[in-house]
Design a protein around this ligand. Structure first.
Ligand code: ADP
Ligand code: MG
Length: 322
Protein backbone atom coordinates (compact mmCIF):
# COMPACT_ATOMS: atom_id res chain seq x y z
CA UNK A 1 0.00 0.00 0.00
CA UNK A 2 1.45 3.35 -1.01
CA UNK A 3 0.50 5.23 2.15
CA UNK A 4 2.48 6.24 5.24
CA UNK A 5 1.06 3.26 7.12
CA UNK A 6 2.48 0.33 5.18
CA UNK A 7 0.69 -2.93 4.53
CA UNK A 8 2.76 -4.90 7.03
CA UNK A 9 2.63 -2.17 9.73
CA UNK A 10 -1.12 -2.12 9.29
CA UNK A 11 -1.47 -5.90 9.65
CA UNK A 12 0.85 -5.92 12.66
CA UNK A 13 -0.88 -3.02 14.40
CA UNK A 14 -4.55 -3.81 13.82
CA UNK A 15 -4.89 -7.48 12.98
CA UNK A 16 -2.17 -9.41 14.77
CA UNK A 17 -2.56 -10.92 18.22
CA UNK A 18 -0.91 -13.92 19.83
CA UNK A 19 -2.62 -17.18 18.83
CA UNK A 20 -4.90 -18.75 21.43
CA UNK A 21 -6.13 -22.07 20.01
CA UNK A 22 -4.45 -21.87 16.60
CA UNK A 23 -1.15 -23.72 16.26
CA UNK A 24 0.02 -20.81 14.06
CA UNK A 25 -1.75 -17.49 13.49
CA UNK A 26 -1.07 -14.33 11.44
CA UNK A 27 2.40 -13.93 9.91
CA UNK A 28 3.29 -17.02 7.91
CA UNK A 29 2.12 -18.20 4.49
CA UNK A 30 -0.70 -20.17 6.10
CA UNK A 31 -2.27 -20.42 9.52
CA UNK A 32 -2.29 -23.87 11.12
CA UNK A 33 -5.34 -25.17 12.98
CA UNK A 34 -5.85 -28.45 14.79
CA UNK A 35 -9.16 -30.21 14.12
CA UNK A 36 -9.92 -32.51 17.07
CA UNK A 37 -10.76 -36.14 16.28
CA UNK A 38 -14.51 -36.67 15.85
CA UNK A 39 -15.19 -33.13 14.66
CA UNK A 40 -15.70 -31.65 11.23
CA UNK A 41 -14.53 -28.22 10.14
CA UNK A 42 -17.49 -26.01 9.13
CA UNK A 43 -16.31 -23.29 6.72
CA UNK A 44 -18.22 -20.29 5.39
CA UNK A 45 -17.38 -17.05 3.54
CA UNK A 46 -19.37 -13.83 3.41
CA UNK A 47 -18.39 -10.64 1.62
CA UNK A 48 -19.55 -7.11 2.48
CA UNK A 49 -19.29 -4.53 -0.29
CA UNK A 50 -19.64 -0.80 0.31
CA UNK A 51 -22.80 0.55 -1.33
CA UNK A 52 -24.27 -2.93 -1.52
CA UNK A 53 -24.25 -4.34 2.02
CA UNK A 54 -23.53 -1.15 3.91
CA UNK A 55 -23.84 2.55 3.20
CA UNK A 56 -20.76 4.60 2.28
CA UNK A 57 -19.46 6.28 5.44
CA UNK A 58 -20.79 3.52 7.73
CA UNK A 59 -19.42 3.62 11.26
CA UNK A 60 -16.22 1.52 11.15
CA UNK A 61 -16.75 -0.01 14.61
CA UNK A 62 -20.23 -1.21 13.60
CA UNK A 63 -18.84 -2.45 10.32
CA UNK A 64 -16.19 -4.55 12.07
CA UNK A 65 -18.91 -6.00 14.28
CA UNK A 66 -21.30 -6.69 11.44
CA UNK A 67 -18.73 -8.23 9.09
CA UNK A 68 -17.95 -10.88 11.69
CA UNK A 69 -21.55 -11.18 12.95
CA UNK A 70 -22.94 -12.19 9.55
CA UNK A 71 -20.25 -14.84 9.26
CA UNK A 72 -20.75 -16.14 12.81
CA UNK A 73 -24.43 -16.40 11.97
CA UNK A 74 -23.59 -19.03 9.34
CA UNK A 75 -21.71 -21.07 11.94
CA UNK A 76 -24.70 -20.70 14.28
CA UNK A 77 -27.06 -21.97 11.58
CA UNK A 78 -24.91 -25.08 11.25
CA UNK A 79 -24.65 -25.70 15.00
CA UNK A 80 -20.89 -25.15 14.77
CA UNK A 81 -18.66 -23.80 17.52
CA UNK A 82 -16.60 -20.79 16.33
CA UNK A 83 -12.88 -21.56 15.97
CA UNK A 84 -11.01 -19.17 13.66
CA UNK A 85 -11.47 -16.70 10.81
CA UNK A 86 -9.58 -14.92 8.07
CA UNK A 87 -10.09 -11.38 6.82
CA UNK A 88 -9.53 -10.22 3.23
CA UNK A 89 -9.68 -6.46 3.19
CA UNK A 90 -9.61 -3.96 0.32
CA UNK A 91 -9.22 -0.39 1.57
CA UNK A 92 -9.15 2.89 -0.38
CA UNK A 93 -6.57 4.28 2.09
CA UNK A 94 -4.79 3.27 5.29
CA UNK A 95 -6.65 5.56 7.70
CA UNK A 96 -5.49 4.93 11.27
CA UNK A 97 -8.71 6.17 12.92
CA UNK A 98 -10.87 4.04 10.62
CA UNK A 99 -8.67 0.95 11.08
CA UNK A 100 -8.55 1.36 14.86
CA UNK A 101 -12.34 1.51 15.15
CA UNK A 102 -12.90 -1.26 12.60
CA UNK A 103 -10.50 -3.69 14.27
CA UNK A 104 -11.89 -2.81 17.73
CA UNK A 105 -15.45 -3.66 16.62
CA UNK A 106 -14.29 -6.81 14.85
CA UNK A 107 -12.06 -8.15 17.60
CA UNK A 108 -14.49 -7.33 20.44
CA UNK A 109 -17.12 -9.58 18.83
CA UNK A 110 -14.42 -12.17 18.10
CA UNK A 111 -13.52 -12.26 21.79
CA UNK A 112 -17.17 -12.57 22.80
CA UNK A 113 -17.43 -15.73 20.71
CA UNK A 114 -13.95 -17.14 21.27
CA UNK A 115 -13.06 -17.00 17.56
CA UNK A 116 -9.57 -15.84 16.55
CA UNK A 117 -8.26 -14.01 13.50
CA UNK A 118 -5.59 -16.25 11.99
CA UNK A 119 -4.82 -14.63 8.64
CA UNK A 120 -6.06 -12.73 5.66
CA UNK A 121 -5.06 -10.43 2.85
CA UNK A 122 -4.82 -6.65 2.66
CA UNK A 123 -4.88 -4.59 -0.50
CA UNK A 124 -5.73 -1.13 -1.75
CA UNK A 125 -9.06 -0.79 -3.53
CA UNK A 126 -12.75 0.07 -3.10
CA UNK A 127 -13.84 -0.83 0.46
CA UNK A 128 -14.64 -4.52 0.54
CA UNK A 129 -14.56 -6.97 3.45
CA UNK A 130 -14.44 -10.70 2.91
CA UNK A 131 -14.33 -12.99 5.90
CA UNK A 132 -14.04 -16.75 6.07
CA UNK A 133 -15.07 -18.36 9.33
CA UNK A 134 -14.25 -21.84 10.54
CA UNK A 135 -16.01 -23.77 13.26
CA UNK A 136 -16.19 -27.24 14.72
CA UNK A 137 -19.16 -29.59 14.73
CA UNK A 138 -19.42 -33.33 15.43
CA UNK A 139 -20.75 -34.76 12.12
CA UNK A 140 -24.20 -36.06 13.13
CA UNK A 141 -25.17 -32.78 14.87
CA UNK A 142 -24.63 -30.35 11.98
CA UNK A 143 -27.93 -28.54 11.28
CA UNK A 144 -28.24 -28.94 7.52
CA UNK A 145 -30.76 -27.36 5.18
CA UNK A 146 -31.76 -30.73 3.76
CA UNK A 147 -32.84 -32.29 7.06
CA UNK A 148 -36.43 -30.99 7.50
CA UNK A 149 -39.13 -33.71 7.62
CA UNK A 150 -42.92 -33.73 7.25
CA UNK A 151 -44.58 -32.86 10.57
CA UNK A 152 -41.58 -30.90 11.93
CA UNK A 153 -42.43 -27.70 13.71
CA UNK A 154 -40.88 -24.55 12.23
CA UNK A 155 -39.29 -22.13 14.70
CA UNK A 156 -37.67 -18.73 14.47
CA UNK A 157 -35.55 -16.80 16.98
CA UNK A 158 -35.96 -13.14 17.93
CA UNK A 159 -38.14 -10.65 16.07
CA UNK A 160 -37.35 -10.83 12.34
CA UNK A 161 -38.13 -7.68 10.37
CA UNK A 162 -36.46 -5.13 12.63
CA UNK A 163 -33.44 -4.64 10.35
CA UNK A 164 -35.69 -4.06 7.31
CA UNK A 165 -37.79 -1.62 9.29
CA UNK A 166 -34.65 0.38 10.11
CA UNK A 167 -33.42 0.25 6.51
CA UNK A 168 -36.74 1.57 5.18
CA UNK A 169 -36.55 4.49 7.55
CA UNK A 170 -32.96 5.29 6.51
CA UNK A 171 -33.99 5.08 2.85
CA UNK A 172 -36.96 7.39 3.46
CA UNK A 173 -39.57 4.72 2.62
CA UNK A 174 -41.34 5.50 5.92
CA UNK A 175 -40.89 7.48 9.09
CA UNK A 176 -40.40 5.93 12.53
CA UNK A 177 -40.72 7.44 16.00
CA UNK A 178 -37.21 8.24 17.32
CA UNK A 179 -37.41 5.61 20.07
CA UNK A 180 -38.44 2.89 17.60
CA UNK A 181 -35.76 3.92 15.11
CA UNK A 182 -32.97 3.71 17.69
CA UNK A 183 -34.04 0.21 18.70
CA UNK A 184 -34.30 -1.24 15.21
CA UNK A 185 -31.23 0.60 13.95
CA UNK A 186 -29.12 -1.28 16.48
CA UNK A 187 -30.47 -4.53 15.04
CA UNK A 188 -29.44 -3.47 11.53
CA UNK A 189 -25.99 -2.16 12.48
CA UNK A 190 -25.00 -4.57 15.24
CA UNK A 191 -26.77 -7.90 14.73
CA UNK A 192 -26.32 -10.59 17.42
CA UNK A 193 -25.34 -13.89 15.82
CA UNK A 194 -27.31 -16.70 17.47
CA UNK A 195 -24.29 -18.89 18.12
CA UNK A 196 -25.38 -20.08 21.58
CA UNK A 197 -28.78 -21.11 20.23
CA UNK A 198 -27.23 -23.04 17.32
CA UNK A 199 -25.05 -24.97 19.75
CA UNK A 200 -27.93 -25.62 22.17
CA UNK A 201 -30.05 -27.00 19.29
CA UNK A 202 -27.55 -29.73 18.39
CA UNK A 203 -29.29 -33.07 18.62
CA UNK A 204 -32.71 -31.36 19.00
CA UNK A 205 -33.32 -29.42 15.77
CA UNK A 206 -33.21 -31.08 12.37
CA UNK A 207 -32.70 -28.36 9.74
CA UNK A 208 -31.59 -24.76 10.26
CA UNK A 209 -30.71 -21.67 8.25
CA UNK A 210 -29.96 -18.10 9.26
CA UNK A 211 -32.32 -15.40 8.04
CA UNK A 212 -30.08 -13.15 5.98
CA UNK A 213 -32.22 -12.57 2.88
CA UNK A 214 -35.76 -12.73 4.32
CA UNK A 215 -37.66 -15.34 6.34
CA UNK A 216 -39.74 -16.82 3.52
CA UNK A 217 -36.92 -16.81 1.00
CA UNK A 218 -34.55 -18.50 3.42
CA UNK A 219 -37.26 -20.97 4.44
CA UNK A 220 -37.61 -21.67 0.72
CA UNK A 221 -34.00 -22.88 0.66
CA UNK A 222 -34.75 -25.37 3.45
CA UNK A 223 -37.93 -26.57 1.71
CA UNK A 224 -36.14 -26.99 -1.59
CA UNK A 225 -33.17 -28.84 -0.09
CA UNK A 226 -35.44 -31.06 2.05
CA UNK A 227 -38.04 -31.61 -0.75
CA UNK A 228 -40.96 -30.63 1.48
CA UNK A 229 -43.45 -27.78 1.86
CA UNK A 230 -44.58 -25.63 4.78
CA UNK A 231 -47.51 -23.96 6.40
CA UNK A 232 -46.74 -20.67 8.18
CA UNK A 233 -49.03 -18.88 10.63
CA UNK A 234 -47.87 -15.37 9.79
CA UNK A 235 -49.33 -13.79 12.94
CA UNK A 236 -47.25 -16.16 15.08
CA UNK A 237 -44.02 -14.55 13.85
CA UNK A 238 -42.93 -12.47 16.86
CA UNK A 239 -42.90 -8.71 16.33
CA UNK A 240 -40.91 -6.15 18.29
CA UNK A 241 -42.82 -3.14 19.69
CA UNK A 242 -41.51 -1.05 16.76
CA UNK A 243 -42.90 -3.57 14.26
CA UNK A 244 -46.21 -3.86 16.09
CA UNK A 245 -46.64 -0.10 15.68
CA UNK A 246 -46.58 -0.43 11.86
CA UNK A 247 -49.48 -0.93 9.41
CA UNK A 248 -50.02 -4.67 8.92
CA UNK A 249 -48.84 -4.78 5.30
CA UNK A 250 -45.54 -3.08 6.14
CA UNK A 251 -45.05 -5.20 9.24
CA UNK A 252 -45.58 -8.41 7.27
CA UNK A 253 -43.30 -7.31 4.46
CA UNK A 254 -40.51 -6.56 6.97
CA UNK A 255 -41.06 -9.78 8.93
CA UNK A 256 -41.43 -12.15 6.00
CA UNK A 257 -39.23 -10.61 3.30
CA UNK A 258 -36.83 -8.32 5.17
CA UNK A 259 -33.19 -9.32 5.18
CA UNK A 260 -30.25 -8.69 7.49
CA UNK A 261 -31.77 -10.00 10.73
CA UNK A 262 -29.47 -12.98 11.25
CA UNK A 263 -32.05 -14.84 13.29
CA UNK A 264 -32.17 -18.64 13.14
CA UNK A 265 -34.99 -20.40 11.34
CA UNK A 266 -35.06 -24.10 12.22
CA UNK A 267 -37.21 -27.20 12.25
CA UNK A 268 -37.57 -29.82 14.96
CA UNK A 269 -39.81 -32.85 15.46
CA UNK A 270 -43.06 -31.78 17.17
CA UNK A 271 -42.26 -33.93 20.23
CA UNK A 272 -39.06 -31.90 20.78
CA UNK A 273 -41.09 -28.82 21.70
CA UNK A 274 -40.04 -28.79 25.36
CA UNK A 275 -36.41 -29.51 24.45
CA UNK A 276 -36.40 -26.59 21.99
CA UNK A 277 -37.82 -24.24 24.64
CA UNK A 278 -35.24 -25.44 27.18
CA UNK A 279 -32.40 -24.95 24.65
CA UNK A 280 -33.63 -21.44 23.87
CA UNK A 281 -33.79 -20.59 27.54
CA UNK A 282 -30.28 -21.96 28.13
CA UNK A 283 -29.07 -19.81 25.21
CA UNK A 284 -30.94 -16.73 26.50
CA UNK A 285 -32.57 -16.43 23.08
CA UNK A 286 -36.34 -16.14 22.56
CA UNK A 287 -37.87 -18.51 19.99
CA UNK A 288 -41.37 -18.99 18.62
CA UNK A 289 -43.07 -21.79 16.71
CA UNK A 290 -44.47 -20.33 13.47
CA UNK A 291 -45.61 -23.31 11.42
CA UNK A 292 -45.19 -26.89 10.26
CA UNK A 293 -43.39 -28.75 7.53
CA UNK A 294 -45.81 -30.44 5.10
CA UNK A 295 -45.34 -33.27 2.64
CA UNK A 296 -47.09 -31.21 -0.05
CA UNK A 297 -44.57 -28.92 -1.72
CA UNK A 298 -45.04 -25.15 -1.66
CA UNK A 299 -45.70 -22.59 1.00
CA UNK A 300 -49.12 -21.85 2.53
CA UNK A 301 -49.54 -18.70 4.64
CA UNK A 302 -52.45 -18.05 7.00
CA UNK A 303 -53.28 -15.24 9.41
CA UNK A 304 -54.66 -15.66 12.94
CA UNK A 305 -58.23 -15.76 11.59
CA UNK A 306 -57.33 -18.63 9.27
CA UNK A 307 -57.46 -16.45 6.15
CA UNK A 308 -55.03 -17.17 3.35
CA UNK A 309 -52.24 -14.59 3.08
CA UNK A 310 -50.83 -14.09 -0.42
CA UNK A 311 -47.25 -15.38 -0.64
CA UNK A 312 -45.95 -12.41 -2.57
CA UNK A 313 -43.12 -11.62 -0.16
CA UNK A 314 -40.18 -12.26 -2.45
CA UNK A 315 -36.77 -12.84 -0.97
CA UNK A 316 -33.81 -10.66 -1.70
CA UNK A 317 -31.72 -11.66 -4.68
CA UNK A 318 -28.65 -9.56 -5.50
CA UNK A 319 -29.07 -10.07 -9.23
CA UNK A 320 -32.80 -9.37 -9.34
CA UNK A 321 -33.58 -6.68 -6.76
CA UNK A 322 -32.54 -3.06 -7.38
P1 ADP B 1 1.05 -13.53 1.25
O1 ADP B 1 2.33 -13.01 0.70
O2 ADP B 1 1.06 -14.97 1.53
O3 ADP B 1 -0.15 -13.04 0.49
P2 ADP B 1 0.67 -11.37 2.96
O4 ADP B 1 1.94 -10.64 2.80
O5 ADP B 1 -0.52 -10.92 2.20
O6 ADP B 1 0.94 -12.89 2.71
O7 ADP B 1 0.25 -11.38 4.50
C1 ADP B 1 1.22 -11.57 5.52
C2 ADP B 1 0.55 -12.25 6.70
O8 ADP B 1 -0.43 -11.39 7.22
C3 ADP B 1 -0.14 -13.56 6.36
O9 ADP B 1 0.02 -14.43 7.45
C4 ADP B 1 -1.58 -13.16 6.21
O10 ADP B 1 -2.43 -14.22 6.54
C5 ADP B 1 -1.69 -12.03 7.22
N1 ADP B 1 -2.69 -11.01 6.87
C6 ADP B 1 -2.73 -10.21 5.79
N2 ADP B 1 -3.77 -9.36 5.83
C7 ADP B 1 -4.43 -9.64 6.97
C8 ADP B 1 -5.60 -9.14 7.61
N3 ADP B 1 -6.33 -8.15 7.07
N4 ADP B 1 -5.97 -9.69 8.77
C9 ADP B 1 -5.27 -10.69 9.32
N5 ADP B 1 -4.16 -11.19 8.79
C10 ADP B 1 -3.74 -10.70 7.64
MG1 MG C 1 -1.43 -11.48 0.55
Amino acid sequence: MSTSLGEFDLIARYFTRPPVRAALGVGDDCALLDVPAGQQLAVSTDMLVEGRHFLPGADPRDLGHKALAVNLSDLAAMGAEPLAFTLALALPKADAAWLGAFSAGLLALADTHGIELVGGDTTKGPLNLCLTVMGLVPPPSALRRDAAREGDSIWVSGTPGDARLALGSIRGEWHLAAKDFDRVRARLDRPSPRVALGLALRGIARAAIDVSDGLLGDLGHVLHASRVGAHIAVDDVPASPALRAQPVERRRMCQLAGGDDYELLFTAPAQQREAVLAAAQAAHTPVACIGQITAAHGLALHDAQGRVVAAHYAAFDHFRSP
